[in-house]
Structure formats: C-alpha cells, structure tokens
Design a protein around this ligand. Structure first.
Ligand SMILES: [Zn+2]
Length: 251
C-alpha cells in the first residue's frame, strides 16, 4: 500500500553501505520506521531531504504486519536547520525526541495533538528560545497526551486544594498536601507552579519563564522519576547530560 504523510525525522541509523533506517513521528500513522534505500549514495534523490529533526512529506510503501516501511519519495516541509547546527537547539530537540520515543511505542495509535506538540517544540527551538522551559513544558504535555498526566493543584490523597509547602507522590500521581505529606516528599513550590502553568498555557509563553539556577534540572529530574514509575520500560535519556553541561557552560 502506497501512502503519504507529513512526518518528523527523530532518529537516523545506518543500515547498510548506502541505506538508512529512519524513526519517524508521522501525522497519519504515529510512530513509524522507514528504510531509505540508497540514501547515502552521493547522487541520491534523498540528499538533504531526510535530515535529523527535519519535517517532510513522506511517500511510504507499507505492508500489513510489517514494522518497517520503505520511503520512496520525500519532499521537505521544514528543514529545521538550527536544530542541527545550534548547540542548545540540537540538545533540546534530541532530549524531547528521546522523551517522545519513550512515551510512544511502536504500534500506538496516531495522534494529531502529539504531532502538533512536536511541531511546536521544534518550532520554538528552531527560533532559538531557551531550551529547558520548552523541553520541560513539552514533556508535561506529552505525559498528559499519553495518559500519564498528574495533579498540580489538588491533593491526590485527600482532594484538598494545595496552599503552601507542597509534597509530591510519583505513584499517587502528583501533589499531596501538608496533612497527607507522609505519602510523598517535599518539593519546591516554584516547580509545582511551573508544572501547573505548563499544563495550562502556551509553550511560547512558557519559554520565557525563568526558574532559579538549577531549577529546570530539578524539574526535569522530577518528571523523569515520575515517568519512570509510570512507564512500563526503562527511561533512557542520553541527551540529558548534554543539556546539563550546556547549562553549566552558561548557555
Ligand atoms: Zn491531602
């Protein structure tokens, strides 16, 4: 079956002398893998069209019951040049892609909201905004969209509104109040208000939110530990280290 879908290239792996296997997030099929035969030949028609983090219209040949599609034609929608050449944009796009691939396994239903989220996160990073708030905010949305949302305003143990000195419970699914504090651990209220805002306002406005030094690293660690409790498989985020080093270097 020949199909056509817009998709983002999230991973490129060399398969043979001249072929690549791409991991895509597509609008019509969700996560997909596609082999691109001859992609690495010097005169390949795919040259410059299947770059990492770029967005293209993919013609795919799909076969029932097979996980690997064959890409037959690609035309570029967005090159997203900065996502490969700007250090902080590259690290941010890499980390968000890893989160996406951890949250969305092969065979998941396609999701327009998830596709639009990738478009937004990549779009902002391509503009060169600070990567941490966009990545953390994007992850909060991704968790909501993949059925792993959490509470940031109502105690998950007793239902009371959270006033001050919030605690957090990974297994409970979010904040706990002072009275129920024993079922969680203390967490800075600045992180809770960021997480709450991330669930309710645009990523663009979020990209201007500044936390205290190291705040986003704490926020990301909390999200990672939370996801680890709720995902069925181990969460490996290789780009996290790069993002931390970048912050240390003052980017
Ligand atoms: Zn409570």
């Amino acid at each position: 079956m020949r199909v056509s879908t817009p998709a983002f290239v999230l991973r490129r792996v060399r398969w043979s002398e001249s072929s690549l296997i791409l991991t895509l997030y597509s609008l019509d099929f969700g996560r997909a893998s596609a082999i691109v035969k001859g992609a690495l030949r010097p005169n390949s028609r795919f040259l410059g069209r299947i770059e990492l983090f770029s967005q293209g219209e993919f013609q795919l040949s799909r076969r029932e019951g097979r996980e690997l599609d064959t890409a037959t034609e690609v035309s570029v929608i967005s090159h997203n040049h900065m996502l490969r050449t700007g250090f902080s944009s590259f690290a941010g796009a890499g980390l968000f892609s890893e989160w996406l691939l951890a949250a969305v396994s092969h065979g998941n239903e396609p999701s327009r909201p998830v596709y639009c989220l990738v478009e937004q996160v990549f779009g902002l990073l391509e503009e060169g905004v600070a990567p941490w708030p966009v990545v953390c905010g994007g992850v909060v949305r991704l968790l909501q969209l993949s059925g792993h949302g959490f509470s940031t305003d109502i105690c998950v143990a007793c239902g009371a509104e959270i006033a001050d000195s919030p605690c957090w419970s990974h297994s409970g699914g979010g904040v706990v109040c002072g009275k129920c504090g024993e079922s969680g651990f203390p967490v800075k209220s600045g992180i809770i208000s960021f997480l709450s805002r991330a669930g309710n306002s645009s990523l663009e406005s979020l990209s201007r939110v500044r936390l205290w030094p190291g705040g986003y690293i704490q926020c990301h660690s909390l999200l990672k530990e939370y996801a680890q409790v709720h995902f069925e498989h181990r969460l490996l985020l290789k780009s996290e280290k790069v993002m931390k080093e970048m912050l240390d270097a003052g980017h």
